[in-house]
Design a protein around this ligand. Structure first.
Ligand code: 6R9
Length: 574
């Protein structure tokens, strides 16, 4: 395979840019970045201190940390208020004996309380686990059970999705909102906060102590608990500077929910480690709402995702003139391949080049990026940031020549690299099976100028609207439906969402294919697992292609779907 990519966005390709990059790489030292932190001298660390308290100590207490809004609420929280609130929340947790190393999960829609409780959890040294609000019963239970969470912060509306009787370790539920039910283990956030002292002794930690867990999907098995440690803050801080280009007076908006890694690494940590004002908008996506959020808050740096940009592109350029977006200085994207067409459209529509960035839940922070001052080649994820070496390896771990597709790999370690898959050391080892390298599971190639080009996933993981969905989790839910005998799930290409979930299903005796049945199965997954994991397309089949060992061959399903040759069928059942 040979690719030549001549196209580069106007006026940005100069050799001085490239040599600027080489120089940055030359000069780079992670040690130098570390010297920014207070713990450089003390050796003891706490993310919440560096993100919030430190700025108060340095006289920025009155600066706005959080600019929150949704359709019914608007609030500005200063760094000093954020410190005080999170200190209080830390004391609430301490009162119930929760501390260092305990897992505390958060399951609620975005709100100032979500951010306060996340920071307060970190302050007592507990490991925080944010869960996306759309998760239903099974998804919530699997994650709380695997992590052994002892406390959950949630809302009365979401409480019915928490199967407490099946979660013996989950002792405390802290409920945020109105009409808080009473009962054993149920705590009222507001009441607890009213009684809590603002005087908190922060839990000082080692750099390798736990900080946050995000569950993410692989191609087999249940979701994996990706475990990150305090040390990750080096990467969050640094990439906030050089990739997000954050400066003191910036107003920054990351559109991701904290239930996904982008919503914490870049929705919480990077902006606050850099002391900038962080915009959080609750509620659902609409083009008007988003443009209004940008205009009203005078957002300068905006981090979003290809699906959102595609939807904005679909809504047309005309409406943009109704909003004052003149404050925008820097726009970035992550989560899925960013189509060259979208980059070109963004350039015209916003006068901004959309900077693609590549990284994963497991990597904890950005690794391959387009960053300010760099020539953008639309369709490319960019180049490894200084301090990071990426390569394309064949299956034996040998680097392949430029323009050859292979495994996208990162040389180990880097500061925000995951340190564990919770309860699953074997899974963890799989990523590092080639000594000295982390194998991402993505395939890509590198061109002669060191730019990386995404090609696809090597496994069966589905990426719908930037959210990673493991086919196994969906298939497991599907077979719980009384009509479903077997199910195989694939990602089907979709113009807006990147991929949608398509399920191939064989029915049990006595059930007949029908539209009603499809609707019912869709609802079953939506209500049992989550809306984003529900199959928007279902096809009934008498039989599914399986290996002799009984594994459903998703690649055959995919080939059927895309009208491609089915490839090697030597392991198929019959
Ligand atoms: C941060 C985040 C990771 C997977 C990753 C890849 C895909 C992310 C991308 C991209 C093409 C980009 N991905 N960024 N694909 N271009 N710029 O998204 O983490 O949810 O764990 O997803 O997403 O396939 O392996 P996560």
């Amino acid at each position: 395979m040979n690719h030549t990519h001549k196209e580069v966005l106007a006026s940005e390709v100069t050799h001085s840019n490239l040599s600027h990059y080489e120089q940055a790489v030359e000069r780079f030292s992670w040690k130098e970045i570390e010297s920014h932190f207070t713990w450089y001298d003390t050796g003891k660390v706490n993310m919440a201190y560096e993100a919030i308290d430190r700025h108060v100590a340095e006289g920025l207490g009155d600066k706005t940390a959080l600019l929150y809004s949704d359709s019914s609420r608007e609030e500005a929280v200063t760094f000093a208020q954020m410190k005080e609130q999170s200190d209080k929340f830390g004391n609430v947790l301490r009162k119930y004996g929760i501390g260092k190393g305990d897992r505390v999960f958060i399951f609620m829609p975005r709100s100032p309380e979500l951010y306060v409780s996340l920071l307060g959890t970190l302050k007592v040294g507990a490991v925080v686990g944010p869960l996306f609000e759309a998760f239903m019963e099974t998804a919530v239970k699997d994650r709380l059970e695997d992590s052994g969470a002892v406390a959950l912060i949630t809302t009365p509306a979401l409480l019915p999705r928490v199967k407490r009787e099946e979660l013996p370790l989950l002792k405390h539920l802290i409920l945020v909102g109105e009409d808080i039910p009473e009962g054993e283990g149920l705590l009222n956030y507001q009441k607890e906060m009213e009684q809590a002292s603002t005087d908190l002794q922060i839990e000082w930690l080692d750099r390798e102590d736990g900080m946050i867990m995000h569950y993410t999907s692989g191609s087999t098995g249940k979701p994996k608990g990706v475990y990150h440690v305090q040390n990750a803050m080096i990467q969050h801080y640094y990439t906030g500077k050089v990739v997000l280009d954050l400066r003191e007076d910036d107003v920054y908006w990351c559109t991701a929910d904290p239930g996904w890694v982008t919503g914490t690494s870049y929705g919480i940590f990077a902006p606050w480690l850099n002391g900038v004002t962080n915009v959080i908008r609750g509620g659902r996506f609409s083009p008007q709402d988003w443009y209004n959020t940008l205009a009203k808050n005078k957002v300068t740096v905006w981090y979003s995702a290809p699906t959102a940009f595609r939807m904005l592109m679909g809504a047309g350029s005309d409406m943009i003139s109704e909003y004052d977006l003149s404050h925008l200085r820097h726009v970035l994207s992550v989560g899925e391949p960013l189509n060259p067409e979208v980059v070109r459209w963004g350039h015209k529509a916003y006068g901004q080049r959309i900077h693609d960035t590549w990284w994963m839940t497991e990597t904890g922070g950005q690794l391959i990026c387009n960053y300010p001052g760099m020539a953008i080649k639309p369709g490319s994820m960019g180049r490894p940031i200084p301090g990071v070496k990426a390569a394309i390896l064949d299956d034996q771990g040998r680097e392949v020549p430029p323009n050859t597709m292979g495994n996208l790999a990162i040389q180990t370690p880097w500061p925000s690299m995951m340190r564990q898959i919770w309860n699953n050391p074997a899974k963890y080892e799989e990523y590092f099976r080639i000594p000295g390298w982390y194998i991402s599971g993505d395939s890509a190639y590198m061109d002669e100028e060191g730019y990386f080009w995404f090609q696809g996933r090597i496994d069966d993981v589905i990426n719908s609207s930037g959210e990673r969905i493991g086919p196994f989790e969906v298939e497991s839910k599907l077979v719980e439906h009384p009509a479903v005998a077997e199910a195989g799930v694939i990602g089907k290409p979709d113009v807006t969402r990147g991929e949608i979930i398509k399920a191939f299903i064989s029915l049990r005796e006595g059930y007949e294919p029908s539209q009603e049945l499809k609707d019912d199965i869709y609802r079953f997954v939506k209500e049992g697992l989550s809306a984003h994991a529900a199959p928007r397309e279902i096809e009934f089949k008498d039989k599914l292609p399986k290996t002799r060992s009984g594994k459903i061959m998703r690649r055959v399903l995919k080939a059927w779907e895309l009208d491609l040759p089915t490839g090697d069928l030597s392991t198929i059942e019959d």
